[in-house]
Write a protein that binds this ligand. Structure first.
Ligand SMILES: [Zn+2]
Length: 217
């Protein structure tokens, strides 16, 4: 099997449809500083999160965040320098925890990818190179849309994490369950001092409340 194909397999197996496009986008975006190592971490974290969500019904284990689980499983049996500070005990502990939750730790570890696999996927299967993004200069409009999309995605992710976190606190009886989550990124205009929705501010090319602080279309 060609190395990059493993990414296609895990995308399918773990229902991570948008992941391939996200990798391409991150890697070719001249404004993104994501390295292949970062992308590797991202893929593995998504895999572990998917397994845990399925198995633990969305409860996020405080002691074992998905990125840490992925890191420890990758460290298992590796001599790479970046895993040097990880102890055998820690690996065993996390593997025991995984098995205790009816997840096959070895199978999961096998599905995790290396940065080289990510590289092969991007270059051989998606046919992109890191410099592709630099070739196309963005128009101001494209730039506006890009930033808007990125922040909007981030906001959705913050909402999802908040929802999960609060639900786990409700289930553990730490807080009552009478709440509505209202998250919004806000920005304050220094001309009129009014607070407003950040995404609307970007879409409007400036303050949505006063005329003084806005670029014209
Ligand atoms: Zn204003």
């Amino acid at each position: 099997m060609a190395k990059g194909q493993k990414i296609q397999q895990v995308i399918k197996k773990y229902d991570l449809e948008s992941l391939g496009d996200e990798l391409v986008e991150q890697w070719t975006d001249p404004e993104s500083s994501e390295s292949l190592h970062d992308l590797e971490k991202y893929v593995n974290q998504r895999i572990v999160t998917s397994v845990i969500n399925e198995q633990l019904k969305g409860l996020v284990p405080q002691a074992h965040p998905p990125d840490r689980i992925a890191h420890l499983l990758r460290a298992d049996g590796s001599n790479a320098e970046r895993f040097e500070d990880i102890s055998r005990v820690e690996i065993t502990e996390v593997k025991n925890w995984i098995e205790k939750n009816d997840i096959d730790a070895d199978a999961l570890a096998d599905d995790l990818v290396s940065y080289n696999t990510v590289y092969k996927y991007l270059t051989n299967i998606r046919n992109v190179s890191a410099s592709d993004g630099q070739k196309q200069a963005r128009t101001p409009k494209e730039r506006q849309e890009k930033v808007h999309t990125r922040l909007s995605n981030l906001q959705q992710r913050v909402e999802a994490v908040t929802k999960q976190g609060l639900e786990s606190l409700v289930n553990a009886d730490v807080i009552p369950d009478s709440y509505d989550i209202r998250l919004q990124f806000r920005i304050e205009c220094t001309e009129c001092d009014r607070r407003q929705d950040l995404l609307k501010y970007i879409g409007n090319r400036g303050c949505t409340a006063c005329r003084a602080n806005k670029r014209q279309d």
